[in-house]
Design a protein around this ligand. Structure first.
Ligand code: NAG
Ligand code: NAG
Ligand code: NAG
Length: 388
């Protein structure tokens, strides 16, 4: 049977269910049908979602990793890009990876996220991840209210400053249930009903198996599920897998808490990023099977952007998103609008991002004055993108 058949079925199912899912947003005008071959999708185009984590910001020479090909290249229908990893530091300032988020090396990142937003992609942040510290008794899991307020303010101000559409809470160290509930409720009450709040558990934590977060996700869902938009569940590294539909089916059928529209199948984008990489043909088979057995899935999440592989030798990470779009959201794409002044700003922020990175690169031991000219010239054709 044809994938389009299943997708259409899934689309119809998700459309009805979508009405009950709190975070589903209106149809962004920029998301368009490529052809009229498909029936005018009776589905909120947010589903199934295509989510990518963007963590590595520079290549080894200090060139920024541009995210704009995710829009400018054909046949990619990205829904969410998650900038990561933020770390809330006890008695300190928030960091994005190793630096304060306003460091000049991130100028390209933050200027590009504005362009992505104008194309309809939701830009989120992620706090936590593999490095411990953000969810301790000294930070976001503090029993002491003042300590919590100080830590939370770092996150709050970052969301505001960079106009993030949402925050992903990737709790990979033991945190208390009251602690995570307090954080979720606070984000909801401070940023309102449209703010996207997600968590990123290992898939097994949604299914009576190993967990990294300490608290029980079913209890969290019972207490505060209405405030959680969806789960970027990690189906890799031995905590779940997508070689077959079995694991995902177990997550959504063994307990009444999670509707498939809320569970994304998190995948590593290359075997270099962990264990349990699933070939694209297998993944497609699994997704097709899930369309039949559970009516479709909430989407696919990929960890992480810069080194994504697509099965062809070129190192063009956006190609992974193209393959995922073909599997999940065929015939959808997004449109970019870039003015001359935006392009000029992107060229300028590129120079500063390279200089900022080189100035900080302890490994290289070279100063700003040593930057070769070719590094300061963007390897992305910003001026060629001008179309408005
Ligand atoms: C999470 O994992 C820890 C460590 O294995 C275990 O002690 C705890 O009981 C688990 N919690 C839940 C809610 O599954
Ligand atoms: C996925 O599998 C279906 C069914 O075999 C096939 O029709 C479709 O072309 C495949 N899609 C991709 C992107 O491989
Ligand atoms: C965009 O880049 C410029 C430098 O070209 C910088 O001054 C500005 O702060 C950047 N925008 C953001 C939001 O970081």
């Amino acid at each position: 049977m044809k994938l389009t058949y299943f997708l259409r079925e899934a689309a119809a199912a998700l459309y009805f269910l979508g009405a009950f899912v709190p975070s589903i947003t209106a149809v962004p005008v920029q998301l368009q049908q490529l052809t009229s071959r498909e029936p005018a999708a009776a589905v909120s185009p947010e589903l199934p979602r295509l989510v990518i984590y963007y963590q590595t910001t520079h290549d080894s020479d200090g060139r920024p990793i541009s995210m704009l090909p995710l829009i400018t290249e054909k046949n990619i229908a990205l829904t969410h890009l998650i900038v990561c990893s933020f770390h809330v530091v006890a008695d300190g300032g928030i960091h994005l990876n190793d630096y304060p988020p306003d460091h000049s090396l991130f100028y390209t990142l933050w200027n590009e996220t504005q362009v992505m937003k104008s194309a309809g992609v939701k830009i989120m942040g992620m706090v936590g991840g593999a490095a411990a510290g953000s969810f301790t008794d000294q930070t976001l899991d503090a029993r002491n209210a003042d300590v919590f307020e100080r830590a939370y303010a770092q996150l709050h101000d970052t969301i505001q400053l960079y106009q993030l559409d949402g925050m992903d809470l990737d709790v990979e160290q033991p945190m208390s249930l009251p602690g995570i509930v307090r954080l979720v409720r606070r984000l909801r009450s401070d940023f309102g009903p449209d703010f996207i709040i997600t968590l990123a558990p290992v898939a097994s934590a949604l299914h009576e198996g190993a967990n990294l977060s300490g608290f029980d996700y079913k209890s969290l869902e019972r207490i505060d599920g209405a405030d959680i938009s969806f789960y970027n569940a990690q189906f890799y590294n031995g905590f779940g897998d997508m070689q077959t539909p079995k694991f995902y089916e177990a997550v959504v059928t063994d307990w009444q808490g999670w509707h498939p529209s809320r569970i994304l199948a998190g995948q590593i984008t290359t075997p270099a990023n962990g264990g349990g990489f699933v070939s694209f043909d297998k993944l497609n088979e699994t997704i097709v099977a899930l369309s039949r057995s559970v009516g479709g899935i909430g989407g696919i999440m990929g960890w992480e952007y810069f080194n994504s592989e697509s099965g062809i030798p070129e190192r063009e990470p956006w190609r992974w998103a193209q393959v995922m779009t073909a599997i999940l959201r065929p015939n959808l794409f997004r449109e970019l609008v870039v003015t001359r002044s935006t392009a000029d700003r992107l060229v300028e922020s590129w120079r500063e991002s390279v200089s900022g990175w080189r100035a900080n690169s302890v490994n290289l031991g070279v100063g700003v004055s040593w930057i070769p000219d070719d590094l300061l010239t963007p390897n992305v054709d910003y001026l060629g993108m001008v179309n408005a």
